[in-house]
Design a binder for this molecule. Structure first.
Ligand SMILES: [Zn+2]
Length: 264
């Protein structure tokens, strides 16, 4: 048994994608648990991922209310890049903004359960795609900061989804009729002239393989600590989701800060 606080699994872009839970002294290679019976129990403890205060509930991805309200990683432009004002010198924390938002960003197309458009800091590639469970992805535009990436994304949302339906994503094995290279080429003709300067000429298609023995139809999404525990044979890992053979799925990242005991 190991005990620790949940957090985003660390994904490594191997084939298949390798997922590790690293939290304090805990290091668990989750791929090695696929095909085995495991159980995860909430201890009832929850703490803020930033200040470690004991909590009854979290805000955002594992924060107390104060840290959620004040820290730069919870600013609105993290989820909505078009709201970023860092390039104008306006941000909760300009040092953080310089390192994270006034940096080259990539606007990409990825295939999860549908073709979606998204934005990420260039250094987050390919991890961003592994975290969302994408099967393939291609960078389309390279822009100098988060704000411009957001403007491009807002424009492209006319043509592509920007959200993933995770239940469908979890069932998706390989797209049959998706050609992201063609989509990228078509997109150049749609772009307004002022955004065409950011177009990436090379077709850098990435494909990903996840270790999933069997794709169960998802009948239950586990939310700790309310669900208290989940037990079953781990069928695979995709995106930040553990898939169980009996149809349960659990998102590790969204439960950041919840303390668990893992039995295997
Ligand atoms: Zn806090």
């Amino acid at each position: 048994m190991v005990k620790g606080y949940l957090c985003k699994l660390t994904a490594t872009p191997c084939r298949p994608v390798d997922y590790e839970w690293i939290s304090g002294n805990v290091h668990v290679k989750f791929n090695s648990l696929i095909g085995k019976r495991i159980s995860i129990k909430a201890t009832g403890n929850i703490r803020c991922v930033a200040c470690e205060a004991a909590l009854s509930k979290t805000y955002g991805e594992g924060f107390c209310w104060n840290c959620f309200s004040a820290l730069p990683q919870n600013e609105a432009c993290v989820l909505r890049p078009e709201l970023c004002k860092a390039h104008l010198g306006i941000a909760r924390d300009m040092v953080w903004a310089e390192a994270n938002h006034i940096q080259p960003h990539i606007v990409y197309l990825s295939y999860t359960n549908t073709i979606k458009v998204g934005v990420t800091r260039e250094t987050q590639i390919p991890i961003r795609w592994l975290d969302q469970g994408a099967i393939c992805a291609i960078p389309v535009l390279r822009v100098p900061n988060r704000y411009i990436a957001g403007v491009c994304e807002v424009f492209l949302k006319q043509f592509y989804a920007d959200k993933t339906d995770f239940r469908k994503m979890l069932l998706e094995k390989f797209p049959t009729d998706v050609n992201l290279i063609n989509e990228k080429h078509n997109l150049l003709t749609l772009l307004p002239s002022e955004l065409q300067q950011y177009y990436i000429d090379e077709d850098l298609l990435n494909t990903f393989l996840y270790q999933v023995k069997y794709y169960p139809y998802i009948t239950k999404v586990i939310n700790l600590p309310g669900d208290e525990m989940v037990e079953g044979v781990l069928s695979g890992i995709k995106g930040q989701y553990l898939l169980f053979e009996h149809g349960a799925a659990m998102n590790m990242r969204s439960q950041t800060g919840v303390e668990i005991e893992l039995y295997y």
